[in-house]
Design a protein around this ligand. Structure first.
Ligand SMILES: *Cc1c(COP(=O)(O)O)cnc(C)c1O
Length: 458
């Protein structure tokens, strides 16, 4: 193993150099990938020197998500302390299902959950788990809501036409999960939003009442804290009133921006969070931990256990359920996603996490100000969002973003709202400073000046 650690350090040095020398890796077209890199797997292995060279080649051409030219979707940068925690988790290689196998790592995960429940304003009966990503966290919320509505579903399967509600701007995992858990995509109702992309509680109520009158059984509402395109925050208090009226489970999908709970300045964006039944947040998005680190908490500890526990005497042989986390998780064998967040949190404190969150809003504000002050730009996003949506000189956003990527200039994506397409620059990368934001616009402008005919005709 010592050799591999030495090699790891050597390869990391090369990665760091590549990140600053060529922050956007040269694109290898998909048709060329197997010609340009030796990705083949053969009967015979290769000598270490050759392996090293092959790995170095692969690293060189892999997209650099930690570079300061990465503004693509919803994660980026690299946090040293969080990365250290994740590297240790790999070395320790525990499975998080039992205390016997994971020991203090279980305590670490439980500590994170406890603190997040407290920050969410959740009661003493709350608990949670770490899921393999925000989509799976949302699925766990859906399953708990489904089982809470009808206790016999776990044994008998679905017997009624259950409906759920989420805004037209919410993440696609809600309808995908509806298909996966037997609810059916046709039973997902898309609630309208206002012009800022926030769910309309009145329309939600109307859809629910309409379904009830037709014999459907509404059971779940998803509110989003940071919609995937615009970064909008649904009004949790208003939505909660509708949920209470009809006795529906309210989940808050904070995968993107739920980390505002760490900020005194921005936690008002999730006002009323304590009224929800479950809440999920991705630390691998705003907090900048390595992928993946998704947390789901619920006020209903018993429901979490009821929906996800399964007896298995070959697995659970010591300690109580409280420390055998397999009894409340989606998987059996489970990666240790807790240690990276704990290492980060322990080292910089909750106040340090607050700074990470605040900084991203500050960077987004700098970007919005730049756009407002330069007449060649049109701005489409709003205050209190780290998604900065704009168009430049009426150039097609999709063509511009693709050209920037193919020419190794910038990694940035595009999005759509109300049939308007725009560039979506995301200031989620923790390493960004004001000059990096300005460099982004400079790079974009000089690229367009030199390549305008190419972009508009391609
Ligand atoms: C990213 C995102 C998800 C999905 O999270 P994954 O970890 O990518 O599965 C869910 N909801 C919202 C609002 C998101 O932005």
């Amino acid at each position: 193993m010592q050799n591999e650690i030495a090699l790891f350090n050597e390869l990391c040095d090369q990665l760091f150099k590549a990140e600053s020398n060529q922050p956007v890796a040269q694109l290898i077209p998909t048709t060329e990938i197997y010609n340009q890199l030796d990705l083949s797997l053969n009967a015979d292995g290769i000598i270490d020197e050759e392996l090293k060279n092959t790995l170095a080649q692969i690293i060189k051409s892999t997209p650099k998500t930690a570079s300061k030219s990465f503004f693509n979707q919803l994660f980026g940068g690299r946090n040293g302390k969080a990365t250290l925690g994740d590297l240790l988790a790999v070395m320790l290689n525990n499975s998080m299902y039992t205390y016997k196998v994971a020991g203090p790592q279980v305590g670490i995960e439980k500590q994170i959950l406890k603190n997040i429940c407290a920050l969410a304003g959740y009661s003493e009966t709350s608990d949670g788990t770490l899921a393999p990503g925000g989509s799976m966290s949302n699925m766990m919320a859906l399953i708990m809501a489904r089982d809470a509505k009808n206790v016999s579903i776990r044994t008998h399967g679905l017997t009624s036409k259950m409906t759920l509600y989420t805004s037209s701007e919410s993440h696609y995992s809600i309808s995908k999960n509806a298909a996966l858990i037997g609810i059916g995509r046709n039973h997902v109702r898309a609630v309208n939003t206002n012009k800022k992309g926030e769910m309309l509680a009145d329309h939600l109520n109307k859809l629910i009442e309409n379904d009830i009158s037709k014999g459907f059984q509404p059971f779940f509402v998803n509110a989003t804290a940071g919609t995937t395109v615009l970064g909008a925050f649904d009004d949790i208090e208003a939505i909660s009133k509708v949920c209470k009226k009809h006795n529906l489970w309210l989940h808050v999908d904070g995968a993107y921006c739920g980390s505002v709970i760490f900020s005194d300045t921005y936690k008002h964006l999730v006002k009323g969070l304590k009224l929800s039944d479950s809440f999920s947040v991705n630390a691998h998005k705003m907090l900048g931990t390595p992928l993946s680190c998704s947390i789901i908490v619920t006020q209903h500890r018993a429901q979490l256990h009821h929906s996800f526990s399964n007896e298995a005497d070959y697995l659970y042989q010591t300690d109580g359920d409280e420390f055998n986390l397999g009894k409340t998780s989606l998987q059996c064998g489970r990666r240790n996603d807790a240690l990276k967040l704990w290492t980060l949190w322990k080292s910089i404190g909750t106040k340090g996490l607050e700074k990470i969150v605040d900084k991203q809003f500050e960077m987004a504000q700098i970007a919005r100000d730049y756009i407002k002050n330069h007449k060649d730009y049109t701005l489409y996003s709003f205050e209190d969002s780290i998604s900065v949506c704009f168009n430049y000189k009426a150039i097609s956003a999709s063509k511009l973003c693709t050209a920037l990527y193919e020419n190794s200039e910038l990694m940035v994506g595009f999005g759509k709202f109300n049939n308007q397409e725009f560039v979506r620059m995301v200031t989620i990368n923790n390493l960004l400073e004001k000059e990096d934001i300005l460099t982004f616009f400079e790079t974009l402008e000089s690229f367009v000046a030199k390549n305008i005919s190419k972009i508009t005709t391609s």
